[in-house]
Design a protein around this ligand. Sequence first.
Ligand code: SF4
Length: 90
Amino acid sequence: MSRRQISGEPGVLSVDHTLCSGTGHCVDRLPQLFTIEHGRAWLADAAALSTVDTQHLHEVEAGCPWFAITYQPRPPAPAEESSPATPGLE
Ligand code: SF4
């Protein structure tokens, strides 16, 4: 079974089937992630975002002629907070 959305370490990749026309440009660019079934793009079961350079994920999103692909990078983890020293409490 294929999916319309996958998430992983680099972010979330999804296909909007209300916009996808099945042109297959995404499959041409990233055949390890996309497949065409019943005239729509799907994300392959074995797809692993972590195996694809994030630049390629941005490119496949930008290359969809119907704007059906969305790639949302995962925000960077917040830096570890260090407690500011309180003057006079040492
Ligand atoms: S490139 Fe866009 S419109 Fe074409 S099959 Fe892929 S998701 Fe659908």
